[in-house]
Design a protein around this ligand. Structure first.
Ligand SMILES: [Cu+2]
Length: 169
């Protein structure tokens, strides 16, 4: 490892702290979501549009892989541009009515920065900060039985397919 690791952690922290409009300016065009062409020159915008078309190809159909884990375990979710795998996570076997602990590890295999936020309805109940590709971040959650979803809230990634279902029962 080089000194790069420390910088990456700092970036992830900053990414969480600043609005995404700012982080696209700070961290440059490689991570700039497609929706923010207005900030960029026309040639870069075109390149991003081309990348977006490629990125959208056939991988987003409903379903995807589903995994079931017992409480207290860690579940790894791989993030790519723009998908999650598995796309359905079931935590099953907790005590009736009790909270369930689970750790989610997001392995970002994409070229872009991604995060994973867990929502119950519109309420965020936990998640990772956004961080760049080739890194893994984890988050520990304590959840009541219920239906949740996980989402990458960076740019328009959710619309492009970075969503999943997370169920505790
Ligand atoms: Cu993302």
């Amino acid at each position: 490892m080089t000194g790069g690791a420390a910088t990456e952690v700092d970036e992830a922290t900053v990414l969480r702290a600043v609005p995404s409009r700012v982080h696209s300016k700070v961290f440059g065009r490689r991570r700039t979501p497609n929706a923010r062409h207005a900030l960029l020159g026309p040639s870069i915008g075109l390149a991003l549009a081309a990348a977006a078309v490629t990125g959208c190809g056939g991988k987003m159909e409903e379903g995807g892989r589903a995994v079931t884990v017992p409480p207290g375990r860690s579940v790894e979710i791989v993030g790519e541009d723009f998908s999650f795998d598995p796309k359905t996570v079931l935590v099953e076997g907790g005590k009736a009515g009790g909270r369930v602990r689970v750790e989610i590890r997001l392995r970002n295999q994409g070229a872009l920065a991604h995060n994973l936020k867990v929502f119950e309805g519109d309420r965020e109940v936990g998640g990772t900060p956004a961080f760049q590709g080739a890194m893994t971040r984890s988050t520990k959650l304590s959840l009541e039985p219920g239906a949740y979803r996980f989402v990458c809230t960076v740019g328009d990634h959710a619309e492009r397919g970075m969503t999943g279902r997370f169920t505790v029962r």
